[in-house]
Design a protein around this ligand. Structure first.
Ligand code: NAP
Ligand code: GDD
Length: 359
């Protein structure tokens, strides 16, 4: 069998950890880039680190020499560029850094691959945030016009076009996966789905009183992350390099995701609007459980994302299999069973039923 060596940037993140597991099962040798932090960040991949097929290396997307060294030493057949300052709201606070990592990071790797003369295939973690705010353009496909609305998305737009330019100019196998939001129990706790599912579990356990959120009306096309890493890999196995939109095709408001999560613990909400703020109260007890706070509003918002995943379904046969209600269930059940941010596979039923409120 031919050599299968994957280099994953962002291996410690949600997608990096699922992708590493997926590629290991396919027999790949895996190299992951880990940046220096003030504490360990490898929790999502700790259980993979004893596997001799997995090696992690210190490196950073802003450090060209580390990328150069790692490309030469590992000679990857496939590169998955997942590393990013991936929080949209935070990108307004650290715009230069977000651009360094999200935009120039991709350019650095592509340029090194070309100059070293590697035959590596390259996957870029592009995003539905590219579509941003063009009114009336839903659902969004590969042909939809981009209008980024954050430093995060503007940086990702640069990377998107860099991939296309390198592909055309130098005949490289480089692809953009334009992925819509995908979530899991491993999602970072500052993203809205995990913030909600964890708060619902904590409220059910009487460890937290309220969940404080920003814009409840934003709509996202939420899928289940383990399915999306398969789409990344499939794109890299095609004969020709092409860009693909990846999503479920169904969009849901943040408010509805909150309701779905609370329903998992038999709590139903009534919404009360008070001037600009909104409160979600327990319909049985009248207790306020959800509040809005302008602190979580963004300087610019992307209001409506909904994928048109026709191309990937028709050309590659990939389809999302988990709907948003199932996703909410998976996430809440996990958070009910494990109060820590752990990465266990199985969720014991008794650990869940213990915390369900009586209907
Ligand atoms: P994530 O959980 O935030 O993971 C980001 C990863 O990038 C982490 O491993 C992080 O390391 C690493 N990283 C950040 N800055 C770095 C730097 N300067 N040098 C090296 N590594 C760095 O993100 P995710 O949800 O897995 O998403 C993966 C990629 O897909 C990202 O590029 C994201 O923008 C993109 N994307 C995600 C979604 C989604 O819904 N999840 C949708 C579309 C596109 P630490 O562990 O040290 O922080
Ligand atoms: N994070 C967060 N926290 N978002 C909130 C909150 C809150 O308290 N309240 C409401 N929201 C709204 C945001 O304003 C946004 O409209 C929506 O919830 C989703 O926010 P996030 O979960 O932070 O994700 P995102 O859509 O901004 O970005 C994610 O998906 C992109 C793909 O569309 C990230 O994973 C990006 O890296 C990715 O590119």
């Amino acid at each position: 069998m031919s050599r299968r060596v994957a280099l994953i940037t962002g291996i410690t993140g949600q997608d990096g950890s699922y992708l590493a597991e997926f590629l290991l099962a396919k027999g790949y040798e895996i190299h992951g880039i880990v940046r220096r932090n003030s504490d360990f960040t490898s929790k999502r991949i700790d259980r993979l680190l004893t596997n001799p097929a997995v090696t992690t290396h210190y490196g950073d997307m802003v450090d060209v020499s580390s990328l150069h060294t790692l490309l030469i030493r590992t000679q990857p057949t496939e590169i998955y560029n997942l590393a990013a300052q991936s929080h949209v709201q935070v990108s307004f606070n650290v715009p230069d850094y977000s651009a360094e990592v999200n935009a120039l990071g991709a350019l650095r790797i592509l340029s090194l691959v070309k100059e070293i003369g590697l035959a590596s295939r390259f996957y870029q973690a592009s995003t539905s945030e590219l579509f941003g705010g063009l009114p009336g353009t839903v659902p969004q496909s590969e042909a939809t016009t981009f209008m980024p609305r954050s430093p995060y998305a503007a940086g990702k737009l640069f990377a998107y076009w860099t991939v296309r330019n390198y592909r055309e100019a130098y005949d490289m196998f480089a692809v953009n996966g334009i992925l819509f939001n995908h979530e899991s129990p491993r999602r970072g706790r500052t993203f809205v789905t995990k913030k909600i599912s964890q708060a619902v579990a904590r409220i059910a356990r009487d460890e937290q009183d309220t969940l404080v959120l920003g814009n409840l009306d934003a709509e996202r096309d939420w899928g289940y992350a383990p399915e999306y890493v398969e789409a990344m890999w499939l794109m890299m196995q095609q004969e020709r390099p092409e860009d693909y939109v990846v999503g479920t095709g169904v969009t849901t408001t943040v408010r509805r995701f909150v309701e779905l999560c609370f329903a998992e613990v038999n709590i139903h909400l009534d919404w009360i609007r008070d001037d600009k703020l909104e409160i979600g109260v327990d319909s049985r007890s009248g207790k306020p459980l959800v509040k809005t706070d302008p602190r979580y509003l963004r300087p610019l918002e992307v209001e409506h994302l909904q994928a048109d995943p026709t191309k990937i379904a028709q050309e590659i046969g990939w389809r999302a299999r988990t709907n948003v209600a199932e996703l909410a269930r998976i996430m809440v059940r996990y958070d009910l069973a494990y109060s820590d941010y752990g990465f266990e596979d199985a969720v014991p039923e008794d650990a869940i039923s213990r915390w369900r409120k009586q209907p």
